[in-house]
Write a protein that binds this ligand. Structure first.
Ligand SMILES: Nc1ncnc2c1ncn2[C@@H]1O[C@H](COP(=O)(O)OP(=O)(O)O)[C@@H](O)[C@H]1O
Ligand SMILES: [Mg+2]
Length: 500
C-alpha cells in the first residue's frame, strides 16, 4: 500500500529520520513504536506531505509518488489524525469536516448533503457521532472520532494516527480499537503510532520499531513479545515490572475524614475517610471519573470551601481551610493529571516552569521580590540532570518538549520541594516506556526516603505495581481496601465496576 524508502530528514543539526524504510501492507494495522524523539511523527508527516524529506522515496501500490503537501496525500487516499486535534470548537461536526474538504470556498458548501454522508459514515463504523453536534460539547474521545470522520469523508484508504490513545481512558481505548478493527475489515489500512506495548500487541498486525531516527526492527506482531519490543525500543533490557521492597510506613501524614465534594455534575466524593503514612504509597484504583480528580484536588486545596465537607489533616493539623499555596509551603506537592491545564505554562521556558509555585519565596525570590537567577539556574539544571529532561535546554518553551519530557519536568519540579506528601495523578500517561521505568523508580525512591504518596492511576497495572495499599473507589465512595500483592486484577476490576 505505502512504502517509504530510505527517507532522511534533518531539522537544523537534528537528524530526525536517518535512512528510514517502512513497508505498510494493505488491509493491515501497522504500529510504529519508539521513545519520544525517535522520529515516528516525522516520518509519518513526510508520508502525509506535512514535511518534505531531504532524500528518499515514497511509493504507493508500488509506484513512486510525489507528495509535497497534505493535499497531494489526501488526493492519493492518505489521511492523518494529529496528536493535537484541529477542530473549531464553536462549529458543528459537519461544518468542521467540510471546512477543509471543500477547497472551492464557502459558496458551494452543501451542509445538508454532508450531514447525511457523515451520519452514514458514522453509522457504518459505529462511531456514534452526530454531525450536527457542536465540537465544544463533545468528549475528547468523540472529538477524535470526528477527526477520523474528517479523513474518511475525504476518502482516505490509509489512515495515519499519531498517538491516538494518549488522550483516551482505558474504556475509550477499547472502543477505539473496535473502530480500527472495523476499518480493517472494510479493507482500510491503518498506521498507528503509540508508546504502549500492550496496545501494539492488542491491535497491530506488523510493527516497526524506531530509535534515534532509525528503524531498528520490522516484525510481525504475532512473532514478537513485550519484552523483545521493549528491548528494541530502548536499546537495552527494560524492567517492565516495578521492583520494590516492602514499605516501611511510620506515622500518619495525611488523614482524610468524612470528605465529600460536590463536583461539576453533583456529588463527586461521598464521605471518604482514609490515612496515608510516611513511607508508603497508597493507590486509588477506579474507573476514571469516580471521584479521583476531586479527591486529589480537595487535598491539594483546589476545591472551594463551599463545595466541600469533612476534614483533611496534615501531620495532625487541620488544613481543610488552608489555601493551595499554604499547603505547598507545608510540604504537599501535586503532580496533576492534566499537565497542560494545571501543570505547566506552555509558552514559558523550562526555567520559568521550574519555579512555578515557589517563585515568590527563597531561594528563588529575595525578600524584596527580586528573582535570583543563579538559584533558578541551579534548580532547572538539577531537574534537567536528575530527571533526564530532553532536550536539556532551560531556555526552550515547555511547548517544545514531548509529553514524556514535560511530565519529567513537572515531576522534577515537585520532587525538588522535598515533599512530605506527594499527590500524584496519572504519572505516566502518554509517557514512553524508558521514562515510565524511570518515573516508577523515582516514586519508589521518594517513598523509601519517607514521603507519603497518594497515587491515582487509570492504569490498573500501574497502580497495583506501585501501591503498598490499594483503595478502590466507585461513584465517589471507597468500596474496599485490598492488598495489591495478593489481589488479582479481576477481583479489583469487579470491585471497580460493581460486579459481585
Ligand atoms: N519541526 C521540527 N523542528 C525541529 N526539530 C524537530 C521538528 N520536529 C521534530 N523535530 C525533532 O526531530 C526528532 C524526531 O521527532 P519526532 O518525529 O517528533 O519524534 P517522535 O514522534 O518519535 O516522538 C526530535 O529530536 C525532535 O525534537
Ligand atoms: Mg511524535
Amino acid at each position: 500500500m505505502l512504502e517509504l524508502r530510505n527517507i532522511t530528514k534533518t531539522f537544523g543539526n537534528v537528524i530526525a529520520n536517518d535512512d528510514v524504510s517502512i513497508k505498510i501492507e494493505p488491509g493491515t494495522i501497522h504500529a510504529i513504536v519508539g521513545e519520544n524523539g525517535a522520529g515516528k511523527s516525522t516520518v509519518m508527516r513526510i508520508a502525509y506531505g506535512f514535511y518534505n524529506a531531504d532524500s528518499g522515496e515514497i511509493l504507493i501500490d508500488g509506484s513512486a509518488v510525489n507528495i509535497k503537501s497534505p493535499q497531494d496525500a489526501i488526493r492519493l487516499g492518505i489521511g492523518m489524525v494529529h496528536q493535537h486535534f484541529m477542530l473549531v470548537d464553536t462549529m458543528t461536526v459537519a461544518e468542521n469536516i467540510i471546512l477543509g474538504a471543500e477547497t472551492g470556498g464557502a459558496a458551494n458548501l452543501d451542509l445538508d448533503k454532508a450531514n447525511v454522508e457523515i451520519a452514514r459514515l458514522s453509522d457504518e463504523l459505529k462511531l456514534g457521532v452526530n454531525p450536527k453536534a457542536y465540537i465544544e460539547d463533545l468528549s475528547v474521545g468523540a472529538q477524535q472520532r470526528v477527526e477520523l470522520l474528517k479523513a474518511l469523508y475525504r476518502n482516505a484508504q490509509l489512515l495515519i494516527l499519531d498517538e491516538p490513545t494518549a488522550v483516551l481512558t482505558p474504556q475509550e481505548v477499547e472502543e477505539f480499537f473496535g473502530i480500527l478493527r472495523r476499518m480493517r475489515e472494510q479493507g482500510k489500512t491503518v498506521v498507528i503510532i503509540t508508546h504502549k506495548l500492550e496496545e501494539v500487541l492488542a491491535i497491530s498486525d506488523n510493527v516497526t520499531v524506531m530509535r534515534d531516527g532509525k528503524v531498528v526492527g520490522n516484525v510481525k506482531t504475532s512473532e514478537t513479545s513485550a519484552k523483545d519490543l521493549a528491548r528494541m525500543i530502548v536499546g537495552r533490557d527494560v524492567l517492565l515490572r516495578v521492583e520494590k521492597t516492602d514499605a516501611n510506613p511510620s506515622g500518619n501524614v495525611l488523614s482524610v475524614q468524612n470528605l465529600s465534594v460536590v463536583g461539576k455534575h453533583g456529588k463527586a466524593l461521598d464521605d471518604v475517610s482514609f490515612d496515608v503514612k510516611a513511607g508508603e504509597i497508597v493507590g486509588i484504583a477506579g474507573v476514571e471519573g469516580n471521584g479521583q480528580t476531586e479527591l486529589i484536588e480537595a487535598i491539594a486545596g483546589l476545591v472551594s470551601a463551599g463545595n466541600l465537607s469533612g476534614k483533611i489533616y496534615f501531620e495532625g493539623t487541620n488544613i481543610t481551610n488552608f489555601s493551595a499555596r499554604k499547603r505547598k509551603e507545608l510540604g504537599i506537592a501535586h503532580i496533576p493529571e492534566d499537565r497542560h491545564r494545571r501543570g505547566l505554562l506552555l509558552d514559558f521556558n523550562l526555567a520559568e516552569n521550574s519555579m512555578l509555585g515557589v517563585h515568590y519565596r527563597a531561594p528563588i525570590s529575595s525578600a524584596s521580590g527580586l528573582l535570583n537567577d543563579s538559584a533558578i539556574n541551579k534548580r532547572i539544571g538539577d531537574i534537567i540532570e536528575n530527571f533526564d529532561v530532553r532536550p536539556a535546554n532551560a531556555e526552550l518553551p515547555a511547548r517544545a518538549l514531548s509529553g514524556g519530557n514535560q511530565q519529567k519536568l513537572i515531576i522534577g519540579r515537585e520532587f525538588e520541594l522535598n515533599p512530605k506528601l506527594l499527590l500524584v495523578s496519572q504519572p505516566t500517561r502518554g509517557v514512553d516506556i524508558g521514562a515510565i521505568e524511570f518515573i516508577h523508580r523515582k516514586l519508589i525512591g521518594l517513598r523509601d526516603a519517607g514521603t507519603a504518596v497518594l497515587l491515582v492511576s487509570a492504569e490498573l497495572e500501574e497502580v497495583t505495581a506501585l501501591a503498598d495499599r490499594l483503595l478502590v473507589v466507585k461513584q465517589g465512595k471507597i468500596v474496599g481496601e485490598v492488598d495489591p500483592k495478593t489481589t488479582s486484577p479481576e477481583e479489583i476490576g469487579l470491585m471497580m465496576t460493581g460486579g459481585n
